[in-house]
Design a binder for this molecule. Sequence first.
Ligand code: UDP
Length: 335
Amino acid sequence: MNVLVTGGAGYIGSHTVVELLNAGYGVVVVDDLSNAKADVIDRIETITGKRPAFYEMDCKDKDGLRKVFSEHKIDAIIHFAAFKAVGESVRKPLEYYRNNLDSAMTMLEVMEEFGCKKFVFSSSATVYGPNNPHPYKEDMKAIESSSPYGWTKVMIERILTDYVTAHPDFCAVLLRYFNPIGSHDSGLLGDDPNGIPNNLMPYIARVAAGQLEKLTIFGGDYPTPDGTCQRDYLHVVDLAVGHLRALEYAKDHEGVEAVNLGTGNGVSVLELVHAFEKANNMKLPYVIGPRRDGDLPAFWADAEKAKKLFGWEATHTVEDMCRSAWEFAKKSAGK
Ligand code: UDP
């Protein structure tokens, strides 16, 4: 079975490509390298001993996608390619809507031309919006978001749902991720954003490497046990394996399913900081600063549906996540 992975050179995409190759799938990667580095493909080869076909290409390039489908028999898509910075999306909404919606729709159009009917979509827990109680369950009704980035996920979920209504023999799996962190055991792949990281773990890793002076914890007065926000952090390799299970499900099913990929546990920012210190035997300088606009106090997954539908559950501990995140950051910083 050949799988086209868009955004396959990115953080979650690259880990998923490794799991696919190790499981014996043929893999074609399309990535425009707007937020990834070309040597990720070499690193994937070093880890797996196999090299995926690679096209440096924008997913909105319809003729380019047609060429990929003509050169390979594509049986399924895993669609990661998207802009993903929440804050930037507030400043540049049109760019986010144009890029994220257009790439998904272009993909669907080309899939239709070539008779490809399996679509695994990289969605997000952000679609539960600010008004649902946690733990979040897939059948909750208030599907909305608080940023243009998040709304692109809501809208693409809607587009895929409407597409399946019109094409009942199509299968779309909407994977709602919680907070993936950590790295592949090899230390060769990881979350390595350009510029100053927005997300917590890459920021912690840069502080640990001495590249940033200290972590600012956004808010210490939330209604949570220690006053800092709680999230459902999951190991990126668990998340990658979740995509394989989703693909196996899609092979034999039709219709649309939204599925959470999370551990089901809430961990606070302070707990994560202390877990990182313990796992890596170091002290992290931090201060508690003001809240960040748009952050919710606490949320985590109800992880039952993934277990029932795919037989998937997260297996790595927070300690595994912290240790592997530091292994990768150390290598990247040349330490
Ligand atoms: N956070 C923080 N300092 C940072 C980055 C993030 O305290 O420099 C907190 C943030 O307020 C949130 C949690 O870490 O509670 C996770 O944030 P992240 O941006 O990684 O993911 P999000 O949950 O916003 O998608």
